[in-house]
Design a protein around this ligand. Structure first.
Ligand code: PEP
Ligand code: MN
Length: 333
């Protein structure tokens, strides 16, 4: 309350709190009075109190998200993606091309990443490109190739869904539905993947705060879909030497604020193949539960993101480099 708040104004705040079915705890200091509000405040609009006379400030003590928070669930969320568990001791590696381009490109990549130790195959069939003139993906044809590659290489498939209408189709083929960075706050899409009950790989938006990111996850969880993976994929900063800036801080911050598994995408995070290994090592050292890495058999001729894609032998070398790092932090790959 304001310093000069009257008894009448304090009383009006208390009766408003009680009328909302919440409890008020009054704390009277020498200079000012503080009203603590306790209870399920999910339906409470902060503005309702802010405009009452005598109120100085309303300070929410709990974050706006609930199901995604560590306060709500203490233990790490661990779930299976086609038999491999994410969120536990084992670090999950998803790898594959940015986009599905052809049967040969996909099969060659799938077999190579499997041999190197990946657990899932990534590949976009619907590509959300910054320019409408760039390759938009193969669509359902690409999904069919992904399903074939899953059988041939025994890998789970993660692929992006870009509209709510696409969810039923993509869910028929994918083991994990990817929400791209540009769609992190596409609330209709978040609701649709929440309804689908497939695991979701949610990428952090280019310009999103961690709180906005966790609120996006909350949309999916609020539909009773608990299988959400948070993916830090780099945010936009003033830096121009790299495509984005991987927010390594986000890894421990997300792990502390939330129980959900956290992955890192060093490919989109750096935009340059040469930086992918170092950032992958850093992510694992900082506590990431998995990595998603772009791999292409012929990056020079890739239809998207060739510059950041590792060649299969480079991916294999990286996997070998990551194992001792994982071991050093008590994890396995
Ligand atoms: C991708 O994974 O190919 C992709 C488009 O990623 P992002 O949404 O993070 O840009
Ligand atoms: Mn890409």
């Amino acid at each position: 309350m304001k310093k000069e708040a009257t008894e009448g104004q304090v009383a009006r705040v208390l009766s408003k709190v009680e009328a909302m079915g919440l409890k008020a705890h009054l704390s009277r200091g020498e200079i000012r009075t503080i009203v603590g509000v306790v209870g399920d405040n999910s339906a409470v609009e902060v503005g309702t109190f802010e405009c009452l006379e005598g109120v100085e400030r309303v300070v929410p003590l709990l974050g706006p998200y609930k199901l995604a928070s560590r306060d709500f669930k203490k233990e790490n969320t661990v779930f299976s993606i086609d038999g491999s568990h994410i969120g536990g001791k084992k670090i999950i590696i998803m790898a594959g091309p940015c986009a599905v381009e052809s049967r040969d490109q996909l099969m060659e990549t799938a077999l190579a990443v499997k041999k190197a130790g990946a657990t899932a195959l990534r590949g976009g069939a619907f590509k959300p490109r910054t320019s409408p003139y760039s390759f938009q993906g193969m669509g359902e044809e690409g999904l069919k190739l992904l399903a074939q590659a899953r059988d041939v290489a025994s890998l789970a498939v993660v692929t992006e869904v870009t509209t709510p209408e696409q969810v039923p189709l993509v869910a028929q083929y994918a083991d994990v539905l990817q929400i791209g960075a540009r769609n992190m706050q596409n609330f209709a899409l978040l609701n649709a993947v929440g309804e689908s009950h497939k695991p979701v790989l949610l990428k952090r938006g280019l310009m999103s705060t961690i709180e906005e990111f966790l609120n996006a996850a909350e949309y999916i969880l609020s539909h009773n879909n608990p299988r959400v993976i948070l993916c830090e994929r780099g945010i936009r900063t003033f830096e121009t030497c790299t495509r984005n800036t991987v927010d390594i801080n986000a890894i421990p911050v997300l792990k502390s604020l939330s129980h959900l598994p956290v992955m890192v995408d060093p490919s989109h995070g750096t935009g340059k193949r040469e930086y992918v290994p170092a950032v992958s090592r850093a992510a694992i050292a900082a506590g990431a539960d998995g990595l998603i890495i772009e791999v292409h058999p012929d990056p020079e001729n890739a239809m998207s993101d060739g510059a950041q894609s590792l060649r299969p032998h480079e991916f294999e070398a990286l996997m070998n480099e990551l194992r001792p790092v994982a071991e050093a932090v008590g994890r396995t790959i």
